[in-house]
Write a protein that binds this ligand. Structure first.
Ligand code: MCN
Ligand code: SMO
Length: 791
């Protein structure tokens, strides 16, 4: 009789195992930890963008009911070092990040005083009783102006406000711009954004004073990086400092950096021997969580008469805010813009130049897509402008320039290698699903009726699962290219696998579980996947840069394979069968075609507890550690196609259809991939149409609440139609490619192109995002004014 063999789980739409708890309110976030014995921290933040601290008067606060202590930098300076994000990039200037302002403040929202009290209410009452006397210093909030030589310096002793500057040159760039048949260019501005995770940042330091040990519960994407950083800053060995990211309510890049509040709860808990907790509120999140984008890209593209790209040159100014963020540095966002600007196209000559300029605003850091939403926006706008000059369809000009299947592996002008990916297949797949030609015909009819309907296309490529050869952030000397899996069969027969990654919504318990279940022949429900706990693996850096599907899965595959081999060898003895005849199915090992069978718990009992059943020379250690390094990583790509209609009365942009054709290699879980893409698209829609962090010229944050900072809600987020393409990933174990960010990379560009297409009868180009109704109104006003002047 043939026994049922379980289907492989990789590739199946397995329901997310974490959802049972998350959707029924039984998730455990940092703030849910019982904190009966914790002191609550409130932070007095700077209301000055740039100022010297003359005096801090806190005596009244110190004497208030329930107040445990009030701390300034002087009170902790001998206990914790400032964090310094170093880089190999030449000429880069790092900015020390102190846990509390050390004599000067550099942006509105910077922590100046920490207050500990019996409750958050009492801590905030005391905060309000503290007076800080500032001597205001000159403020320059415009990055281009701040980059000038005579601009007031934000950081004392610096050579200039330009913290990082980098160039790439390849090919005969001057030649490419001598009388080219087609020349297009523009100044593309992508305004500042924030990640706005549902759960604001939250930290709890639990102290074990007798052992000089600390456990930091942190809503972080990168608990391993935080452990390593704090061990250094606090001068503590890693075996006494544990960082745990429990359930985390989204991060989107905003929780990938070390924050002052994280430093503070730890240093204060250690100093006073009490647990310390801080829960950020929405205002604090908008003021101080790392922000994103904020670039001005001045770019030119030259093409031959057939629409083939000859050359591209770009100058990028990135407003990186007040500090170079730890550990990524302020290069993370702007340098990626020039690295990825050539996109998935053949660009024979390229010159990209970038400066990251410090201004008195919240620091920028990684945000879903990192640099590529801006580079894709600029490049895809240029492609459309060129198509228009040539009278080519936007899809056709892309077809003529996308790297073709036979050209892989393709080395881009900045040295990135596209291993192979469905660039052309993505374009064709999206067009087919969209029924592109029919949509264009319908658009022409609608236009004849005076409707402002536009279709936008955008193609991009990204590196995912980046291995140890390249750091996830340019020049950063931290290994982000590996992950570790520690897997064990314990004496009850259950299997636990721990990883250095840290899920904050991606569903890693499910997807890593699927990968392990297949390798081990185990039932998914019998496995326990632990992520986000620094004490379970010797090294792990968390989840960011669309790395986990590739890198953590790879570590899991290697570790599970080895554990399986060991279990099979022991089972061979117990079942008295050659190993070759054994197979693992449904958490048991059986003899193929025979009767012999032993469950994992039976095997564990025989091995660990039943003295003498497994002789010494057959015994195996059932704990395996494996590290996986994909060395270079792999290429993910997609084409986005969108149709919009602009309302001629309100100038609101309505998205009517949205198609994404993407290649993320072998899919682990199609439900999760679809969910990730939808979520990322929602954030791209926000970036394209609504979300903008606004500072006034005095450095005050104007968008300090959700009333002023507009997130997309259900009516603004379109139904998504997806096409999956699967190109074999040659460089990764398992054949997976990352995809957690892609939806946010392609969508601002595609929507910008669609809006430009809709408004093209009015002679309007879109070069600024978000393209709000206000901006469309201004564009229409100024174009019609220009026309009147011309007539
Ligand atoms: N996946 C899959 N098959 C593939 C590729 C991925 O099933 N071929 C699954 C993975 O197993 C994983 C998810 O899709 O469960 C995302 O995988 P991956 O692309 O490897 O990205 P990471 O898991 O490393 O997550 C990081 C990425 C980033 S960089 C941001 S920003 C982001 C994102 O994930 N932030 C998120 N998705 C998010 N989703 C939620 N809910 N919340 C966030 O903050
Ligand atoms: S911005 Mo994603 O955390 O790399």
């Amino acid at each position: 009789m043939r026994e049922r063999t379980r289907d492989k789980l990789v590739g199946q739409p397995v329901r997310r195992v974490e959802d049972a708890r998350l959707l029924t309110g039984r998730g455990r976030y940092v703030d849910d930890r019982p904190s009966g014995h914790a002191l609550h921290m409130a932070i007095l933040r700077s209301d000055q963008p740039h100022a010297r601290i003359v005096a801090i008067r806190a005596d009244a606060a110190r004497g208030m009911r329930g107040v445990y202590g009030v701390y300034t930098w002087q009170d902790i300076e001998r206990l914790i070092k400032p964090a310094l994000a170093v880089s190999r990039m030449s000429g880069y200037q790092p900015t020390p990040i102190h846990a509390l302002a050390n004599g000067k403040v550099h942006f509105v929202g910077e922590p100046v005083v920490a207050i500990l009290a019996e409750s958050r209410y009492l801590a905030e009452d005391a905060r309000d009783a503290i007076e800080v006397e500032y001597e205001p210093l000159p403020v320059c909030t415009d990055a281009e102006a701040a980059a000038l030589e005579d601009a007031p310096l934000l950081h004392d002793g610096f050579a200039s406000n330009v913290l990082v500057e980098r160039s790439f040159v390849r090919g005969e760039i001057e030649q490419a711009f001598i009388n080219p048949p087609v020349l297009v260019g523009g100044r593309f501005r992508f305004h500042r954004k924030t990640s706005a995770a549902m759960e604001p940042r939250c930290y709890l330091a639990e102290v074990d004073a007798g052992r000089d040990a600390l456990t930091l519960y942190t809503s972080s994407q990168v608990p391993g990086i935080i452990r390593d950083a704090l061990a250094d800053l606090l001068d503590m060995p890693g075996n006494r400092l544990t960082t745990i990211a429990p359930d985390v309510g989204g991060g989107f890049g905003g929780k990938t950096s070390l924050y002052q509040e994280e430093m503070l709860v730890c240093v204060l808990a250690r100093k006073i021997g009490e647990n310390v907790k801080w829960t950020g509120d929405r205002l604090e999140d908008l003021l101080s969580t790392s922000q994103a984008f904020d670039e001005l890209v001045t770019a030119e593209l030259s093409l031959d008469a057939h629409g083939q790209i000859l050359g591209l040159r770009a100058d990028v100014v990135g407003d990186v805010g007040a500090y170079s963020i730890y550990p990524w540095t302020c290069g993370i966002e702007p340098v990626q813009v020039i690295s990825f600007l050539p996109g998935p196209y053949r660009v024979p000559a390229y010159h990209g130049h970038v400066r990251g300029v410090t201004t008195p605003k919240a620091p920028t850091g990684p945000y879903r897509g990192v640099g590529r939403p801006t580079s894709t926006f600029a490049m895809e706008r240029l492609m459309d402008m060129a198509a228009k000059q040539l009278g080519l369809d936007p899809a056709e000009i892309r077809r003529r320039n996308l790297v073709r299947d036979e050209e892989f592996p393709y080395r881009t002008p900045v040295g990135i290698v596209w291993d192979r990916s469905a660039f052309m297949g993505g374009l064709e797949g999206a067009m087919e699903r969209f029924d592109y030609n029919a949509a264009r015909e319908a658009q022409a009819r609608a236009r004849a009726e005076g409707r402002w309907i536009g279709i936008g296309v955008a193609c991009y490529a990204e590196l995912s699962g980046i291995g140890s050869r390249i750091s996830a952030s340019p020049g950063m000397p931290i290994n982000t290219g590996t992950d570790t899996c520690v897997i064990q069969l314990d004496s009850t027969g259950s299997i636990t696998a721990s990883f250095g990654c840290a899920s904050h919504g991606q569903g890693h318990e499910t997807t890593l579980g699927q990968v392990l279940a297949d390798e081990l022949g185990a039932r998914l429900e019998d496995l326990r996947v632990i992520t986000g706990n620094s004490s379970t693996v010797p090294h792990g850096t968390g989840s960011y840069a669309s790395r986990t599907a590739v890198i953590s899965s790879g570590a899991g595959i290697l570790a599970a394979r080895e554990l399986r081999e060991r279990m099979l060898r022991v089972a061979a003895h117990l079942l008295d069968s050659p190993v070759e005849y054994l197979e693992c199915v449904d958490s048991s090992i059986r003899v193929q075609g025979g009767d012999g069978r032993i469950t994992f718990p039976e095997l564990a009992r025989a091995l660990y507890s039943q003295m003498g059943r497994v002789p010494g020379d057959v015994r195996e250690e059932m704990c395996v550690t494996r590290v996986y390094d994909p060395v270079v990583g792999t290429t993910s790509s997609a084409t986005h196609l969108v149709q919009v209609e602009v309302d001629p009365q309100t100038y609101a942009v309505h998205i009517q259809r949205y198609v994404i054709a993407e290649d993320c290699g072998r899919i682990i879980n199609p439900l999760i991939v679809a969910g990730q893409t939808r979520g990322a698209l929602a954030q791209g829609v926000g970036a394209a149409l609504l979300e903008e962090v606004v500072y006034d010229a005095d450095g005050q944050l104007l968008t300090a609440s959700m009333v002023d900072y507009l997130l997309p809600s259900a009516p603004e987020v379109p139904e998504l139609e997806m096409v999956h393409l699967h190109t074999e990933a040659p460089n990764t174990l398992g054949g997976f490619r990352g995809m957690g960010e892609g939806g946010t990379i392609g969508s601002p560009a595609a929507i910008a192109n669609a809006v430009a297409d809709a408004l093209s009868p009015l002679g309007i180009e879109i070069s600024e995002l978000p393209v709000t109704p206000e901006r469309i109104f201004q564009l229409i006003q100024s174009t019609s004014l220009k026309r009147k002047e011309e007539n």
